[in-house]
Ligand binder design. Structure first.
Ligand SMILES: Nc1ncnc2c1ncn2[C@@H]1O[C@H](COP(=O)(O)OP(=O)(O)OP(=O)(O)O)[C@@H](O)[C@H]1O
Ligand SMILES: [Mg+2]
Length: 255
């Protein structure tokens, strides 16, 4: 009703600790529809934890998470599942079920959360497999797929329910440059063609700058910088600029 763009997701002063170890110490940010927010930060800094909280899989110790203005912490279990059906998650380690082939893994959310029949489900599975370039892997078990292929099956599964928001945890890590680019292009294409909003956690700087409309840097439990890719490139924040330059040094010394 208002002219301001809708906030799809918002974290307000989120705190999380495991035992006495503080991981998130007051995280604030929001995302509008069709943004691609890239989250960066040091390993172990809490990025995957933050995504789990957004999915409603982990409950913060304090603060709130809002999806379309609804506070996830205040929703009943069925309501929370309804919200979750609008959020797809591509896990860092693919997280496929090892006894199920690619087709069965991808059809799982459709069987659990939609009323589609087997024929419709089959068609969606094929379409998603094609989208991630894995048509031939349909009947393969995760153990018969490479790490990168497993990741793409995980992506196909995350997209099965046509989510509005997709959370990507290191989507291109471990992929060769061609398949990495395929995933980057897919993220941008999902936004342009299907109006998907995305949060991408990544260590791959080429990928980060290829997809981001906005960036955020998580450090010692807080977002210490948030801005456009251009602002990140030129940031004089010592931690951020050191992080970015060590990645570009690494790129140069890799040859
Ligand atoms: N279920 C858990 N129980 C206890 N500690 C946990 C749990 N999950 C994560 N942690 C700890 O929380 C911290 C943040 O972990 P997290 O996986 O969110 O980091 P990350 O930023 O995603 O790191 P990476 O870049 O290596 O993936 C780490 O110290 C980790 O050991
Ligand atoms: Mg992680």
């Amino acid at each position: 009703m208002s002219a301001t763009p809708e906030k799809l997701v918002e974290m307000r002063d989120v705190k999380l600790q495991f035992a006495d170890k503080v991981i998130l110490n007051g995280v604030n940010f929001s995302i509008q529809s069709q943004e691609i927010l890239v989250i960066m930060g040091l390993s172990g800094g809490g990025k995957s934890t933050l995504l789990s909280i957004l999915m409603g899989l982990l409950k913060p110790n304090a603060g709130s998470v809002l999806f379309k203005e609804e506070d996830l912490g205040k929703l009943s279990r069925p309501k929370l599942n309804e919200v979750r059906a609008h959020i797809g998650m591509v896990y860092q380690n693919a997280a496929l079920i090892s006894s199920m082939n690619a087709r069965e893994n991808i059809s799982l959310p459709l069987k659990e959360l939609s009323d589609k029949n087997d024929k419709e489900i089959d068609a969606i599975v094929d379409q998603k497999l094609e989208l991630v370039g894995l048509k031939d892997a349909r009947d393969k078990l995760p153990s018969e797929l490479s790490g990168g292929m497993q990741k793409r099956v995980g992506l196909a599964r995350a997209l099965a329910l046509e989510p509005e928001l997709v959370l990507f945890d290191e989507p291109t890590a471990g992929l060769d440059p061609i398949n990495g680019k395929l995933i980057d292009d897919l993220i941008v294409q999902l936004r342009d063609k299907q109006k998907v909003t995305a949060i991408v956690v990544t260590h791959e700087m080429d990928s980060a700058f290829a997809v981001a409309t906005r960036m955020a840097f998580l450090h010692e439990g807080k977002i210490i910088l948030e801005g456009t890719p251009e602002e990140f490139r030129h940031s004089d924040n010592p931690i951020v600029s050191k992080f970015l330059s060590s990645y570009s040094d690494h790129e140069h010394t890799k040859e």
